[in-house]
Write a protein that binds this ligand. Structure first.
Ligand code: AKB
Length: 315
């Protein structure tokens, strides 16, 4: 029987992923967990456990006691926070991954999802339509941890037969919970500020193009990848995934179609340096060929949904 454990369920991806998995496989089939003691409001209909992925013994006991078959490991420190806490970022992002990979190596679970990121690329990577396989010299702690993680995922698959699947997420845009600690977070903050103040000061410059994606597409991609037949998954490091590529100025123009008086200013901070090393756009033809990936949201469709749904009182 399928029993899914989502680790890091309180985060931006986790909340929506648990909702979608419960929708597809039933509430009882999906356990939400996070290091935080309290279950997020939206996930209170099902099982919740406080789990620190770094507590290997607790994770392993929990998995055995609850007969978990699949794990989605989302607990990680993102790019901006990782630069401030490099030691802890490395520990959480790497040790957390090993704790879960080893569970599958010992045949205690069947399948793992682990997210990588566009942060695996760096200043020497071709920035436009970045290919699946290319130069990867990341210069951030987060990017280095994700690149190392990719190599380990591929190794565990090749050497131990672990069924681990992964996506290089672009910046993700959603309204059910706030993102935390990423370089792409401006593309979420802007909507709260647009609704509350009709103005926004972007921490990235107006012409900084980055790959982004609306959360519904990202969640669908994640579940489609995990449900695809094992033989279709040819890439065991991580799949490139493209959605929408835009700059802060493009985003402001799209918002102005709904709020013509909306204004944007630019005050780049330390995150600009991180963004400057990341791709402008991504080639995701491998994901399309191998498991039939297709995005549904363009910038205008995403902007309309975000403006309609963000809660301005959250900021
Ligand atoms: C971040 O900005 O750190 C993340 C990512 C692109 O992985 N959103």
């Amino acid at each position: 029987m399928k029993k899914v454990l989502v680790i890091g369920a309180s985060g931006q991806i986790g909340t929506e992923l648990v909702l979608e998995l419960r929708n597809r496989f039933g509430t009882d089939a999906v356990i939400a967990s996070d290091v935080k003691p309290d279950c997020p409001e939206l996930l209170k209909d099902g099982q919740y456990a406080q789990i620190d992925v770094l507590d290997r013994e607790k994770v392993w006991n929990f998995v055995e006691e609850n007969k978990v078959t699949e794990i989605y490991l989302l607990a990680a420190l993102l790019s901006a926070t990782a630069e401030k806490h490099p030691d802890f970022a490395w520990k959480l992002n790497m040790e957390g991954l090993f704790n879960i990979l080893d569970l599958a190596k010992e045949k205690k679970i069947e399948k793992i999802f682990w997210p990588s990121s566009i942060a695996v690329f760096g200043p020497t990577t071709p920035a436009d339509q970045t290919p699946q396989t290319t130069i990867m010299e990341p210069t951030t702690v987060y990017g280095i941890s994700k690149q190392a993680g990719e190599r380990w995922c591929e190794y565990y698959n090749k050497i131990y037969g672990v069924d681990v699947r992964s996506i290089r997420y672009p910046g993700l845009i959603s309204y059910t919970s706030l993102p935390g600690g990423g370089t792409t977070d401006y593309a979420v903050d802007i909507f709260y500020n647009a609704r509350k103040r009709n103005t926004y000061t972007s921490f990235l410059s107006e012409d900084t193009a980055l790959p982004m994606m609306y959360m519904e597409d990202a969640i669908r991609a994640t579940v489609e990848l995990m449900e695809a037949p094992e033989e279709n998954i040819k890439i065991r490091s991580s799949y490139n995934l493209a959605g929408i590529s835009f700059t802060p100025a493009d985003l402001a123009t799209s918002i102005q179609k709904h709020q013509p008086d909306f204004t944007i200013n630019y005050a780049p901070d330390f995150r600009q340096k991180i963004a400057d090393t990341w791709p402008n756009s991504i080639d995701d033809s491998a994901a399309k060929t191998d498991w039939g990936w297709q995005e549904k949201y363009d910038i205008d469709k995403m902007v309309k949904v975000m403006l309609e749904n963000v809660n301005p009182d959250w900021i």
